[in-house]
Design a protein around this ligand. Structure first.
Ligand code: C5P
Length: 224
């Protein structure tokens, strides 16, 4: 394997157990983070997974993930970007490709991880999985009056994992001034080229109640 996957899961308020937001919300009895780590670790190219956890939860997250896959857990920072940087700093030398993955995309197929990694291996500096935008998109003002219709053909919805040559991600983070939640956006700002590859509907971001129902149905279909 020549790939490390970083999972920033150090958002404020993240707690194990009841009332858990985002990364630790349960899906079919296991936190989203557990599902996400299990799937990325199944991708043959992945040598190393690094999770950034809230500083007070590092030991608990380590215990949670130990039975799932070999994982390094580090303390995250105050901003997501600092959590990504902390995880990046924990990647062993000699791993040239780094992916950043959102734990909420818990059912991302290992094949998508491989496709993103392959595009980086093929020479791209930065790679994002994307889907076409299905809905018609309108630009509106504060009163809800339509200002115009956006050309949907030129739009893409962006998923994770986002992939990078390690040196490119490290340089983009070093050059970053304003915090961004999108690592490929840092590369864009630094003047780098970002390549799109086809995403997967299975990589949906599981945040709303409807997403949880869909995810449960997908898991049930897999098991049956
Ligand atoms: O809060 P937000 O939607 O920006 O969080 C996106 C992801 O970044 C979440 O998985 C969250 O846990 C992570 N994060 C982090 N460190 C922070 C803030 C957010 O790893 N300081």
């Amino acid at each position: 394997g020549d790939v490390a996957v970083l999972v920033p899961a150090a958002g404020a308020g993240v707690r194990l157990g009841a009332g858990a937001p985002k990364a630790l919300r349960p899906l079919a009895g296991a936190p989203l983070l557990v599902h996400a780590v299990r799937r990325v670790a199944l991708a043959p190219s992945v040598r190393c997974v690094v999770v950034a956890a809230p500083p007070a939860e590092v030991d608990a997250v380590r215990a949670l993930l130990a039975p799932v896959a070999p994982v390094t857990v580090v303390a995250g920072g105050a901003e997501r970007q600092q959590s990504v940087a902390a995880a990046l700093a924990a990647v062993p030398a000699g791993i040239p490709i780094v992916l950043v993955h959102d734990a909420a995309r818990a059912l991302t197929p290992p094949a998508l991880v491989e496709a993103v990694a392959a595009a980086v291996r093929g020479g791209a500096d930065a790679v994002i999985p994307v889907l076409p935008v299905i809905d018609t998109i309108k630009e509106v003002d504060a009163a809800g009056t339509v200002l115009g219709t956006v050309d949907r053909a030129a739009l893409r919805a962006v998923q994770t994992p986002q992939g990078f040559r390690r040196t490119v991600l490290a340089a983009a983070h070093a050059a970053a001034t304003d915090p961004l939640t999108d690592d490929a956006g840092l590369v864009e700002k630094a003047g780098g080229a970002v390549l799109c590859v086809p995403g997967s509907e299975l990589a949906l971001k599981i945040t709303r109640p409807l997403d949880l129902l869909i995810a449960e149905a997908l898991l049930a279909a897999e098991g049956g």
